[in-house]
Design a protein around this ligand. Structure first.
Ligand SMILES: N[C@@H](CCC(=O)N[C@@H](CS)C(=O)NCC(=O)O)C(=O)O
Length: 310
């Protein structure tokens, strides 16, 4: 079944997925979405999940790159990406969180902001600022100063430069850690001001070059109408089994699922599976028919929806 990625060019998390599709040699359909909300058609598929990118396979929707990448790796039968287990996964988590925060702070500092907006949301200065303010409302990670971010970055890049030789972060082939560390640095490299921060680190630059050579795989342009049709025309694959129990929710309950960090917009549906890596809920709309939305377990919370009528 066709694999669709809902994304926009300047998104670094999307670059992580595009590059993994290149590495795994996946054929996919590119569905470009606006870089600021609202995204009416995408919201029909996700139930209002606030972040991008989103992966769609028929009527199955995957929200958050950690579940997207696991799904792509499993579908391709390639075993290498997750072969380092705990170490690879925790390094990837660091790349996707702290390193992302640092690079985001540097790309949105006053001297770099105009270029960043021009790249991400050209001509939409006000919309971009409002949109990202609401995305990060109440989130702790944006409190770090620019100078603290520069200090962290110098330490991390120095260590990475000493660590990297000719291969990849954990060995001769790339693992999920490489892709998660690469994409925030890729976003720095897009900024005419911040690209200079990478220059003192030749091993890091050479590794980035090796990573970029994976390319984006074979893809065709598609659109949001086609994506909605594909969801409507297919029934979702139902995940098998539930291996985890959480307080206050059980399989079959109507629940809401939301990220623990930022973009905390809840998506509601019926809980159909809860496993070590994945939360899955079933949703229905007139436009899409039955849809199953999948979220990673780590980094998301599931809350029972209390029926106030009872
Ligand atoms: N943990 C999420 C983070 C995704 C994320 O922060 N994406 C950014 C784009 S790079 C985003 O959603 N920005 C706001 C938007 O696109 O509306 C993931 O791995 O997918």
């Amino acid at each position: 079944m066709a694999i669709l990625l809902h994304h926009y060019h300047a998104s670094s998390f999307a670059e992580k997925v595009r590059l993994i599709m290149g590495y795994l040699d996946v054929e996919w359909q590119s569905v470009l979405v606006p870089s600021v909300s609202p995204r009416r058609q995408l919201d029909l598929l996700t139930g209002g999940y606030r972040r991008t990118p989103v992966l769609q396979i028929g009527a199955n929707i995957y929200c958050d790159t950690s579940i997207i990448c696991r799904t792509l790796s499993a579908a391709s039968g390639e075993g290498q990406l997750y072969s380092y287990g705990f170490i690879g996964d925790r390094l990837a988590e660091w790349g996707d969180s702290q390193l992302v925060d640092i690079c985001r702070i540097l790309n949105t500092r006053p001297e770099a902001l105009a270029d960043t907006i021009e790249r991400v949301a050209p001509g939409q200065v006000v919309d971009y600022k409002k949109d990202r303010a609401s995305l990060f409302k109440g989130a702790g990670q944006m409190k770090m100063s620019v100078s603290a971010s520069l200090s962290y970055l110098a330490t991390y890049l120095n260590d990475l430069n000493l660590w990297l030789q000719n291969g990849f972060v954990l060995g001769d082939s790339p693992s999920i850690a490489d892709f998660s560390i690469y994409h925030p640095l890729w976003s720095l490299a897009q900024s005419p001001l911040n690209v200079a921060l990478l220059r003192p680190y030749p091993n890091v630059l050479n590794w980035m070059e090796r990573m970029s050579e994976f390319g984006h795989g074979e893809f065709e342009e598609s659109d949001q109408e086609d994506a909605l049709d594909r969801a409507y025309e297919n029934e979702p694959d139902m995940p098998k089994g539930s291996f985890l129990s959480l307080p206050d929710v059980k399989i079959g309950d109507v629940v809401e699922v939301l990220p623990v960090d930022y973009g905390r917009v809840p998506v509601s549906g019926q809980l159909i599976s809860l496993s070590t890596y994945q939360i899955s809920i079933l949703r229905q709309t007139v436009e899409t028919g039955n849809i199953v939305c999948h979220f990673p377990n780590a980094g998301f919370e599931v809350r029972a929806i209390v029926d106030e009528a009872n």
